[in-house]
Design a protein around this ligand. Structure first.
Ligand code: URP
Ligand code: ZN
Ligand code: ZN
Length: 473
């Protein structure tokens, strides 16, 4: 065997399929050996009593995404990816977002400029298609898909992003033709606008009314409609950030009919409830995200869906807006309506630790499911597998040495994002990353990010392993 650069010794290696005791040998940034008693290497990591996991793949996160209305994301690619590695995530897939009236290709070029020289780990891009003009449908989108931007998100709500049903059909047809994978934000826009208008007219503008304006039925209806549109075009889709029972029922119904409907959820739907929007002063704004967190019963349904296979991926939906900031959650001040507050909460660093602590340690999911949901499935869904998302010969050595015993009380001060709060402040969890490696390089060790700015590389994506062709003719 040629000399190894690095051996991770005596750990418990976990993949989506296996749990095994072996050493991991790394050469030139890739995994080249999995065996007991590998020969000595110049660099060694002792992983006794530790788990060795594939680095997390966060397939839904936002960083340095240009926003309308003067809102600015707190994390750029540097701070966002530093926060990622500190939480055990080694690949991120944020969104190159088209504006209405703008070019999709130009959005991608601009987003590359934001990422290049800043990201500390590897990254791919999803697209957001907000204006499917004939040029976008016939030229830009097919060309981008063929160049490695193989997934895109569409919105059924938000005035500056939403598509009509007719437009959704058009973009789904392009996805079908090119083999691209579509993520859908499913909430009924008109219902929300109608609710917002009535609530505001009654002076009900506090952050907690965000949840009133977006009840489960608006998510359920849009989820059903997205499924129907995908069925009509005969194309797989993934419903993002699913929040509770009624949307889960729609997804299960579709899955039981054999439709290729996939689903994502996020920690906020496992750990937060509507009550978190009802905090003194304006602090409930910190937990404003869409769909909103629901209640304990819905949290249980989301946990059940992680266990029984309804969900394929747990993403952070990291949307970094500072609270005490006129470019963030307080864009219009603390007396403004909930409707002016930018939507989304931070969570790229806490995604894995929260799921491990409450999922694996509490016996809700096993280690393999933890790895599937946080790393392997997102890599497969978005065409990065097996380079990312597993521990196998030839894969990138993106690894986390995980201490399953370590107890941590989450405080915003210990996190590496550029947001001034975490919704999980004060929560004590067990299990935390000790060392994170990206392509064989230690990029994080015990609280300290060691990665050089800009070392992360762009990853062109292949076609999704989940957008498999139908077996019937
Ligand atoms: O509230 C959320 N989820 N904000 C982030 C943007 C999105 O829709 O994913
Ligand atoms: Zn969304
Ligand atoms: Zn999002």
């Amino acid at each position: 065997m040629t000399e190894l650069d690095l051996v991770i010794r005596q750990g418990t290696v976990v993949t989506a399929a296996d749990v095994m005791q072996c050493d991991v040998g790394i050469k030139a940034g890739r995994i080249v050996a999995l065996a007991a008693n590998l020969p000595q290497a110049p660099q060694e990591i002792d992983a006794t009593d530790r788990l060795v996991l594939p680095g997390g793949v966060d397939a839904h996160c936002h960083m340095d995404q240009p926003m309308s209305d003067g809102v600015v994301m707190a994390d750029d690619f540097y701070t966002g990816t530093r926060s990622a590695v500190a939480g055990g995530t080694t690949t991120v897939i944020p969104f190159a977002c088209q504006f209405k009236g703008g070019s999709l290709k130009a959005a991608v070029e601009d987003y590359h400029q934001r990422a290049t020289g800043n990201a500390v780990v590897d990254y791919a891009f999803h697209l957001i298609v907000a204006d499917p003009t004939p040029t976008v449908l016939d030229e830009e989108l097919p060309e981008l898909i063929r160049s490695g931007y193989t997934s895109f998100k569409v919105y059924m709500t938000y005035d500056d992003l939403k598509l009509s049903d007719r437009q959704l059909l058009d973009v789904l047809a392009v996805a079908r033709q090119e083999g691209a994978f579509v993520m859908v934000h499913a909430e009924n826009s008109d219902c929300i606008a109608w609710m917002v208008q009535r609530l505001e007219a009654l002076g009900k503008t506090a952050p907690r009314y965000h949840a009133t304006a977006r009840p489960m039925v608006v998510e359920r209806e849009a989820t059903h409609r997205a499924i129907a549109l995908a069925e009509l075009v005969d194309v797989p889709i993934l419903i993002v950030h699913v929040s509770g029972a009624e949307a889960v029922e729609q997804i299960q119904w579709a899955q039981n009919r054999g439709l290729r409907i996939y689903a994502e959820t996020c920690p906020q739907y496992l750990f937060l409830t509507e009550a978190d929007l009802d905090q003194p002063n304006f602090e409930g704004a910190k937990c404003i995200c869409s769909p909103p967190p629901r209640d304990k019963a819905n949290q249980q349904v989301i946990w059940d869906g992680l266990c029984n296979g309804v969900f394929h991926v747990l993403s952070s939906d990291h949307a970094p807006f500072r609270y005490d900031d006129p470019k963030g959650k307080q864009i219009c001040g603390t007396h403004s309506s909930f409707h002016a507050v930018p939507n989304g909460i931070p969570g790229i660093e806490t995604r894995l630790p929260l799921l491990f602590s409450e999922g694996v340690n509490k016996g809700r999911i096993d280690l393999n499911t933890f790895v599937s949901l946080t790393s392997t499935n997102p890599a497969k869904l978005y065409g990065l597998y097996p380079r990312k998302g597993t521990i196998a010969i030839g894969a990138d050595a993106d690894l986390v040495i995980w201490d399953p015993q370590r107890q941590v009380t989450i405080h915003n001060a210990m996190l590496h994002h550029n947001v001034d709060y975490t919704p999980y402040e004060g929560m004590t969890i067990q299990g935390y990353p000790e060392i994170t490696l990206s392509r064989g390089e230690v990029v994080y060790r015990q609280g300290e990010v060691l990665a050089a700015r800009g070392r992360g590389a762009f990853l062109p994506c292949g076609l999704s392993s989940f957008a498999r062709p139908k077996l019937t003719p």
